[in-house]
Design a protein around this ligand. Structure first.
Ligand SMILES: [Cu+2]
Length: 483
């Protein structure tokens, strides 16, 4: 089967030295044990395979030296199987055969080639695959066929397991918070300037996916996956009719492939179909902004909720033809749910917990990526008498937000971020994962107003922000005691 190599940085096939070869075992694998004669045991060989990873026709796969995709590996009972593994496109992978209790070390561009070696003692057809979440689902699996008769343990001296795993992955180490962790919280005041009534244009946008150690909380770090080193990723702004040429680059030191699906895009899975970008490479898509509104974008590489929970989401605002009514302040806030191996508040480097994610049991609910992002790092600010517009979205991956500001009322809500869905006088508005809203309020009284998810247990897990209003209160609005 021929393959199409999509990544120019793929390691040359020439680097993979070994074709399938059979060589005599270096040591006797079938020596007699407990008086059993060796002649009943099969001849011992080492079967050596060489697999590298790549993306072929949009799927992640293993490829052998002949270009076969997810080749069937063959061996006979008694053989020692040795598989040399390298990452053709640079992302991190492994190879496991759980039925045989086999797991390779993780390998990527930074680790170079890794080897997994094991002895097969039972015939059958087994499945090998990559255990990195999502990779098997998008194509990384193949068969291992073992011929011959089952060998009794007494004949091999091996355990009664179907195979003897010569490599066992180390348990997840408990790490202290990373002292080099940086702030990844997007500044909510960093909103692109209003566009207003102008003719449609072509905009060029470039974004980079970066994996980095970030501050999740005081004394707690997490390996975030980001657009432009921030959570949420940068807010993009265009008007209906604009053409956007978007280039997505994946940093060279990334371990994962990344991509982008913008909900403002019509076609190509929102861009996800054509932006699967290996470490150190980039891809470009172009799209026309057909519909006005505020749209979420997110990484669309399997396991998608894992990439989102690690911070890969943001928003793009498509203004209507006439632009938006002028306001005094605009802010950009997104909510996310996060799943970690230790509970909320643990002073460690938190690792993602995919089982909790699968069960939708978050440890953290965050505004702009981190605990305290909008209460300590960057509060929202306004002066009495000003109008404030908040672009609020939910990256998720899983949880609906009940967006509310304690002590204020939304004068206007563009429900579901639709400019034709204007409502007045709303206390709390629902925002779906992968959805957004636009709220506006005029502030009449000074104080610290809390942005919350009104599923209020979540404030104790990080979902709280502050809108700091300064100035003299409007008389007759509020007073302790009597007005
Ligand atoms: Cu990603």
């Amino acid at each position: 089967m021929s393959m199409r190599r999509l990544f120019p940085t793929a390691l040359p096939v020439a680097l993979a030295v070994s074709f399938l070869v059979c060589v005599p075992a270096a040591s006797a694998q079938t020596g007699s044990v407990s008086g059993t004669t060796a002649q009943t045991a099969p001849a011992a060989t080492i079967k050596r395979f060489s697999l590298h990873t790549n993306i072929v026709d949009g799927k992640m796969v293993y490829v052998d030296d002949k270009g076969a995709v997810n080749p069937t590996l063959s061996a006979a009972v008694g053989d020692t199987v040795e598989i040399l593994l390298d990452s053709g496109e640079g992302a991190e992978h492994d190879l496991v055969v759980p039925e045989l209790n086999v797991a390779s070390p993780k390998f990527s561009a930074s680790t170079g080639r890794q080897t997994v070696r094991f002895k097969v003692t039972q015939p059958g057809e087994f499945t090998y695959y990559c255990s990195v979440p999502g990779h098997r689902q998008i194509g990384m699996e193949g068969k291992l066929k073992v011929t011959g008769q089952a060998v009794a343990a007494s004949q091999t001296g091996a355990s009664t397991d179907a195979a003897l795993a010569l490599y066992t992955p180390a348990p997840l180490p408990q790490r202290g918070a990373d002292p080099a962790a940086v702030s990844i919280s997007a500044d909510p005041a960093k909103v692109p300037p209003a566009i207003g009534p102008r003719a449609p244009q072509t905009q060029k946008v470039r974004m980079e996916t970066v994996e980095l150690a970030g501050k999740l909380d005081d004394g707690t770090s997490f390996t975030y996956w980001t657009f432009n080193r921030q959570v949420p990723g940068p807010m993009l702004r265009a008007r209906v009719g604009d053409t956007i040429e978007l280039t997505l680059a994946n940093a060279k030191d990334s371990k994962a492939i990344h991509s982008i699906d913008l909900h403002a895009v019509t076609g190509g899975h929102g861009g996800g179909e054509h932006t699967q970008v290996a470490p150190g490479t980039e891809k470009t898509i172009a799209f026309k902004a057909l519909n006005p509104g505020l749209y979420v974008y997110h990484c669309a590489t399997p396991l998608v909720p894992q990439h989102i929970a690690a911070g890969m989401y943001g928003m793009i605002l498509i203004e209507p033809e006439a632009g938006l009514p002028k306001v005094d302040r605009e802010y950009y806030v997104m909510q996310g749910d996060m799943y970690t191996h230790r509970p909320f508040g643990a002073k460690v480097h938190q690792e993602p917990d995919l089982e909790k994610m699968s069960n939708e049991l978050p440890d953290y609910y965050v505004f702009n990526g981190a605990v305290g992002a909008l209460t300590k790092t960057n509060k929202l600010q306004a002066k009495v008498g000003e109008t404030v517009r908040i672009y609020f979205g939910v990256g998720g991956p899983n949880k609906v937000a009940s967006f509310h500001i304690i002590g204020e009322i939304f004068d206007k809500v563009y429900g579901e971020a639709s400019f034709t869905g204007l409502k007045n006088d709303v206390q709390t508005t629902l925002v779906a994962p992968g959805g957004a809203t636009i709220v506006e309020l005029k502030v009449e009284h000074p104080g610290s107003y809390l942005l919350v998810d009104h599923a209020l247990s979540r404030t104790g897990k990080g979902a709280v922000g502050v809108l700091e209003v300064t100035g003299e209160g409007v008389p007759g609005v509020y007073k302790a005691g009597k007005l």
